[in-house]
Ligand binder design. Structure first.
Ligand code: APR
Ligand code: PHB
Length: 395
């Protein structure tokens, strides 16, 4: 057994784990990241790409803001499409100037990986049989196999940043966890293509054939989605079928100007709301998708992961620099208050925009009434905009 010692062992090299590692490193706190897959696998997963200002601020604080500044697209509004017309939500105008940055999670992850490599920090890829030990004590450890050899990391804290399917949450005795979960009766079929975006802002469409979203990664790369059946297989969806379906779900002007092209990636994702409480167990802290999942409507997943990491990095920095346990003690409660608000918003936005097989004609009428209200009431538009740009942090 090869044994190493560090201050914080981080499980998972997704955006949560890498961002935590970078913020801790900059504060002089030693950390090792242990990841089950390889770097290319992590970069291969296409996720959302809308960053709240506080997420951008944190990436800058972590020293990875340069490319985001150069290539990220600042958006001041988005559009809701229903009844054959589009209605703009003026985010900036309604929230006193707040904006979001459109910059893909893949790029955020790449910037964090590059920064970690440049700083010479250890990331163990292809770690097998990762296991957590003694997190009810002050001397926890992580074990794994690397190239068949048993390895051990002794540490002060473990950060479980290993996503929804990770080992960290699964290591907690089930009786210590409260799980809140909802699966939605449809999926999102997403296509990435090198085509010019149909509009300079995002379009969220509620159509009787189902939801559609026109998003983008750059002025020449689009990310579009249509609501699909959970029984659909990606192979059943040709590029042409996807473009036809998307066109049908847009207003006539957008449908007319939609530019199509070959897909570079095509995948189907289920939609889920999920929260595990609490997020701290002795010296183990859960963060990001390991603790909570939102449906993608509103793009809160990465922003919530960043907000957990903001609180967690500050808690560890307080512990080491000021010998204060306040951040550690309050970590779970403070995170969960923000998480539940984003869970509520994502659930609400999902309910407003999708076709639900079980709610029938009355469900559609009620959605339409709410959409009409939303775009005609400044109060309702403001409530939506302030959630979309991101709710404030507690001090
Ligand atoms: N051991 C080590 N690593 C693991 C293990 C394990 N047993 N299980 C999973 N992992 C790794 C995964 O391979 C993945 O690279 O943990 C990482 C978790 O990354 P994400 O799933 O991206 O989760 P997170 O970093 O919290 O990012 C949250 O991703 O799903 C989106 O909407 C979400 O944008 C948000 C972001
Ligand atoms: C995306 O660009 O992938 C995206 C954007 C906004 C969302 C969800 C996904 O609400």
């Amino acid at each position: 057994m090869v044994t190493q010692r560090t201050q914080v062992a981080i499980i998972g090299a997704g955006p949560s784990g890498l961002l935590l590692g970078q913020l801790l490193h900059r504060a002089g706190i030693a950390n090792i990241v242990v990841e089950r897959q390889d770097g290319d696998y992590v970069l291969g997963r296409i996720r959302a790409g809308v960053l709240e200002q506080t997420t951008c601020d944190l990436l800058i604080e972590a020293g990875v803001g340069t490319r985001m500044h150069a290539d990220g697209m600042v958006h001041e509004g988005f559009e809701l499409c229903f009844g054959g017309a589009r209605h703009r939500i003026d985010m900036a105008g309604l929230t006193g100037g707040k904006r979001v940055t459109v910059y893909g999670q893949t790029e955020v992850t790449r910037d964090l990986m590059d920064a970690r490599a440049a700083a010479g920090l250890t990331t163990v890829y292809h770690a097998v049989e990762v296991a957590l030990h003694g997190f009810d004590t002050k001397t926890p450890s992580v074990t794994y196999l690397k190239d068949g050899e048993p390895q051990e990391i002794r540490c002060d804290f473990i950060a479980g940043c290993d996503g929804y399917h990770g080992v960290s949450r699964a290591s907690v005795p089930p009786e210590s966890l409260s799980i809140y979960e909802k699966a939605y009766p449809f999926g999102w079929l997403g296509v990435l293509a090198d085509t010019k975006p149909v509009s300079h802002e995002l379009i969220y469409s509620n159509h009787e054939r189902g939801f559609a979203l026109c998003s983008m990664r750059s002025p020449t790369r689009t990310r579009y989605y249509v609501q699909c059946s959970l029984h659909d297989k990606v192979e059943q969806w040709s590029d042409a079928a996807f473009w036809d379906e998307l066109r049908l779900r847009l207003d006539p002007q957008a449908a007319e100007s939609l530019i199509t092209g070959p897909s570079i990636e095509k995948s189907i994702a289920p939609l889920r709301s999920f929260v595990a409480e609490p997020m701290r167990f002795g010296t183990l802290f859960l963060a990001g998708d390991a603790a909570h999942v939102v449906p993608p409507t509103g793009a809160k997943g990465l922003n919530l992961a960043a907000s957990d990491i903001r609180y967690l990095s500050r808690a560890f920095i307080e512990h080491y620099a000021e010998r204060s346990e306040a951040g550690i003690t309050h970590y779970s409660d403070v995170c969960l208050r923000r998480i539940w608000k984003a869970e509520r918003f994502s659930w609400w936005f999902t309910g407003l925009m999708h076709r639900f097989p079980e709610t029938g004609a009355i469900g559609q009428k009620l959605q339409r009434a709410e959409l009409d209200y939303l775009v005609s009431s400044r109060a309702a538009s403001t409530a939506m905009a302030e959630n979309y740009v991101g709710l404030p942090f507690e001090a």
